[in-house]
Design a protein around this ligand. Structure first.
Ligand SMILES: Nc1ncnc2c1ncn2[C@@H]1O[C@H](COP(=O)(O)OP(=O)(O)OP(=O)(O)O)[C@@H](O)[C@H]1O
Length: 268
């Protein structure tokens, strides 16, 4: 066994293992500096940090969308990152639905790309549309759906894959505040039902506290991990009830302080 395989075998028990990772796109200016991150199976971890600190890059490295060319190691579900990994689902802020396909066909799309037979994919997609509250809208085209409904369809498509690890890049970033809260509740419910691990990028600290088991704070570019904050709020959680919890607000404020220290670090 070579050293890379030995690393992945040792990291196999985790959903994501990142160790002492460095990355630069141009070989000169670093984007990520000495990043180490663990995501245990079943855990929900959010990445927060200033714009441009490398959150999306870290997610893309885990998804195999950015090649790992720098120093350090990455293991994802027990192997080196690669695109099309059957145990990994990816969701973006843009719903990226196909405009000419119905909600049902869109929800089935990921499964079809992975080779699931059409009828089986449609059945699973129909079940998932029911889980996200869109059972009555399966034949609607994306243009006939609200932003929130489109993002529910994208959630159905992502969870239909039955992936063990979800990489989510600001999936609710483009939604209005009220719809966002509803979809956070939905996400919490889906994660509990499907018991998956989630690595979640967000700019919204309240969202990070509400949905996560841990929040990892990054500094300004080059992104370093400056804090790893356990979110000791009991589950199951209700987003609405959390707003009244003093602990929720303490954690929110603690995260702000960490973020501010990351800015000072950069400016100094
Ligand atoms: N393919 C690329 N080639 C060159 N530079 C890149 C590439 N992708 C990202 N970058 C740069 O790497 C840095 C980190 O970008 P990234 O998108 O990962 O940050 P981010 O923390 O996700 O930002 P935001 O919160 O604004 O989405 C930025 O300076 C960006 O311009």
């Amino acid at each position: 066994m070579n050293s890379a395989s030995a690393y992945h075998a040792a990291a196999a028990s985790r959903a994501v293992s990142v160790d002492n990772l460095h990355l630069s796109f141009d070989g000169r200016s670093p984007v990520l500096a000495d990043v180490s991150l663990r995501l245990e199976r079943g855990e929900f971890v959010s990445l927060v940090g200033p714009s441009g600190c490398g959150k999306t890059t870290l997610l893309n490295l885990c998804a195999g969308l950015v090649p790992h060319t720098g120093a350090g190691d990455i293991g994802v579900m027990g192997s080196a990152p690669r695109t099309g990994h059957p145990e990994i689902g990816y969701m973006l802020a843009r719903d990226s639905l196909l405009p000419w396909c119905s909600a049902l066909e869109n929800a089935a799309f990921g499964l079809r790309v992975r080779g699931t037979p059409r009828q089986q994919a449609l059945e699973r997609a129909r079940r998932m549309l029911g889980e996200v509250g869109l059972a009555q809208h399966e034949s609607a085209l994306p243009k006939a759906l609200s932003h929130g409904m489109r993002q529910r369809t994208a959630l159905a498509r992502t969870f239909a894959l039955d992936a063990s690890l979800l990489l989510m890049d600001e999936p609710f970033g483009a939604l209005d505040a009220q719809t966002k809260l509803q979809l956070q509740d939905l996400l919490l419910r889906l994660c509990q039902q499907h018991s998956c691990s989630v690595l979640f990028v967000t700019h919204d600290l309240a969202e990070a506290v509400a949905v996560s088991d841990r929040v990892v704070v990054m500094s300004s570019r080059p992104g370093r991990i400056i804090a790893d904050v356990p979110i000791d709020l009991p589950r199951p959680r209700s987003i609405r009830e959390l707003q009244k919890s003093p602990r929720f607000h303490e954690l929110y404020s603690a995260l702000w302080s960490h973020l501010e220290s990351g800015w000072v670090h950069h400016e100094g």
